[in-house]
Design a protein around this ligand. Sequence first.
Ligand code: PRX
Length: 673
Amino acid sequence: MVVPESQEKIYHPPPDLQRDAHVPDFSSYLEMYKKSLENPEAFWKEVADEFFWKKPATGPMLQYNFDVTKGNIFVKCMEGAKTNMCYNVLDRHVKEGNLGEKVAYYWEGNSPEHHKTITYGQVLSHTCRCANVLKQLGVKKGDRVSIYLPMIPELVYTMLACARIGAVHSVVFAGFSSESLCERIMDAQSSVLVTADGVYRGDKLINLKQISDEALEKCREKGSSSVTKCLVIKHHVLRTKTGTSCNKLQTSWDSDRDVWWDEAMSDSSEECEPEWLDAEDPLFILYTSGSTGKPKGVVHTVAGYLLYTFLTFKCVFDHQPHDVYWCTADIGWITGHSYITYGPLANGASSVLFEGIPVHPHVGRFWEIIEKYRVTKFYTAPTAIRLLMKYGQEPLQKYDLSSLRILGSVGEPINPEAWQWYYEEVGQGRCPVVDTFWQTETGGHVLTPLPAATPLKPGSATFPFFGVEPTILNEHGEEVEGEAEGYLVFRKPWPGIMRTVYENHERFENIYFKKFPGFYVTGDGGRRDKDGYFWITGRIDDMLNVSGHLLSTAEVEAALTLHPDVSEAAVVSRPHKVKGECLYCFVTLKDRREFDKKMVEELKKMVREKIGPIATPDFIQNAPALPKTRSGKIMRRILRQVARNERDLGDLSTLSDPKVVEVLFSQRSEAAT
Ligand code: PRX
């Protein structure tokens, strides 16, 4: 296999960024990395010294067992210490650090007319009130609270209120169906659900209260009535142009169960003593889909998650006091938990909190917001970059993006064409792109460049973060040295790694530790190049073996999207009589180009040239759109079934647009070439 040409060039950190950076050059990175592995005790102790501990730790900074053959898997950070997350990310700044007047969030609504600024002092006072409301509703330490909210400040207040009183929050992305919400409420056995009446996402009005009612009804039908109270934020009404009298939503009301947020908050005190928790008490549960079966409730704990989100945010975005940082993710996913709520607040940062979507009311919305708030650090997903690339340079050119200093990417491999566009057009060739590889399970970045230290190769997540020791294993679980491709695993924990699957420790051990005893298995394929850079080659389940050669679907997709007429591509495997498996490719073309035989030939040539003849696709099919979850992830299971013409599709409820599937089946015949 050859590295595509565009990945050969190395991009060095800009000197002006290096001057004041926390990790100013590559040798500093290497030195700190060495210390983090050789003396983790001293390394993490120094980080912990930034925070308030009601009681100091009695145990070491980290204890663990990663080997299933030697007993239960466990990770403990700062055993014996007592602290409170909410105190550390709010009170510490307001009371000890004089940041009470500093902006914590610039909230920007779905419509540009709706916006407000919220200071650290205000976040603290709303959070304390909310904490008292939750207590009033009967929530105690250790109880679970499900949160089904759009991107509004109350979402942050509710998470922090839970953290303050020791309740465990379980945020469910507000694009999930009532069925998914029900499943997550039931698994967590939450006693309270916090939701809103409704929200506009683009032009679409979503009746969140109705979905919540349906979810609670479904829980009841299934014999589970753990939720006794539902706290409802009057959001959509406040956002309608005509003011409070307009209510397009018929909000049904169960007066025994439902409580209006505003009413409860107005009677609530601003004083709330934090609950002092054990370092290893749970902070939250966040559900992530398993490749099969029901979602996993990933559990993160207080102290380790605090240290890790703090340090990754500080170093990966090189946080400086005057930054305006914007992460476009939804808090319903781990990216929002770690890098909108906890990491930025732990650092006393000012962030943009955006409710809307990239193309509403116009395709320049992201760029407009960057100009409006003079955003310095911007963090988004390749899928958003590819979407916006389709509209060309014009929307970008209307806005002043000169405030930008660092760009971040997360969630999926970034193909070289998207990387180039992000770097050259959005960052104007001035801003390093930090391609951060991590997972819900890892709590924070694990492979990532540091912007002032790491020379970049487009598409590579580069090197491990402090305390993280990655390696590559072959099929037999043997470590492979030097240039290699195989299973990406980690040899030891870092403070922010998940502790268990909620109420199912056995599942945790089976999924992540059973396959290769002694290692945490990411489920991703990884490649280490001759310079030691790590490249994510896609999920192992998306790896395919063509004539005995291991190929990554992501790699083929990157090659296809290098074609100037392709906006997106997804590749799956299809059984093949001679080769074992072969490549079946779905491509979405830009508007200007017709899908025809010539196009297919150009694409095959492209892949052959970029990777090698072994990767030549057997099938290339036109895909006017790809089947995606509401969070924008491509559902490969469905593509595999289209490729195999298997029409028994099972559950399609997580698809954002189920009609896409029929279109793909109808275009199948054109694919065989
Ligand atoms: O396959 C990897 C991909 O996303 C998976 C984790 O998904 P999730 O738990 O939803 O968390 C997403 C946000 C952290 C990983 O196993 N992934 C994430 N970041 C990258 C990535 N693949 C390649 N490059 C990345 N930077």
